[in-house]
Design a protein around this ligand. Structure first.
Ligand SMILES: [Zn+2]
Ligand SMILES: [Zn+2]
Length: 157
């Protein structure tokens, strides 16, 4: 849990630093992403006029399958510029738990389509070969067939 004492923040800025277990993500099972190493955060909490301001960063790692070649990839997910405001009039109680809000900041950083690398060649649609590992002849054979056809058309002229 990531929380702080409201009365302490009223007196002085509070620095929150720590880590949370991978379960922090609360990702559904069989999701595209599986949580990996602990989530770490560095947050500054300070009191401003009428509100409490939380700034800082949170980062974690997830594993996923590459959207093109299906190989496992580890992704570093980082929310660099968190900026959350809490109206003091809405705060009840001595402690404010911001766990869910920090989780949301991290979740929106998850990519729509995880890739092992930007230039991943993916799987061959013909033979299923992983084209990052070795070249298959499928596309070349296709080209050869076309050039044979070109030759026939040329001869007929
Ligand atoms: Zn890939
Ligand atoms: Zn192929």
């Amino acid at each position: 849990m990531i929380k702080f004492s409201v009365s302490r923040v009223e007196k002085e800025p509070v620095f929150l630093e720590g880590s949370e277990p991978p379960e922090f993500w609360e990702l559904p099972e069989n999701d595209t992403f599986a949580p990996d190493t602990p989530v770490t955060y560095e947050l500054q909490v300070r009191s401003a006029a009428g509100s409490i301001l939380v700034t800082g960063r949170v980062q974690g790692k997830v594993s996923a399958a590459c959207g093109r070649c299906l190989e496992p990839v580890k992704l570093e997910i980082c929310a660099e510029n968190i900026e959350l405001y809490y109206a003091k009039s809405d705060i009840t109680g001595e402690e404010l738990d911001i766990t869910a809000d920090i989780r949301d900041e991290l979740l929106i950083e998850l990519p729509m389509n995880p890739l092992c690398s930007d230039d991943c060649q993916g799987l061959c649609p013909v033979c299923g070969n992983n084209r990052n590992l070795k070249k298959c002849q499928c596309s070349r054979q296709g080209n050869l067939a076309w050039s044979a056809l070109d030759a026939i058309i040329t001869e007929e002229k």
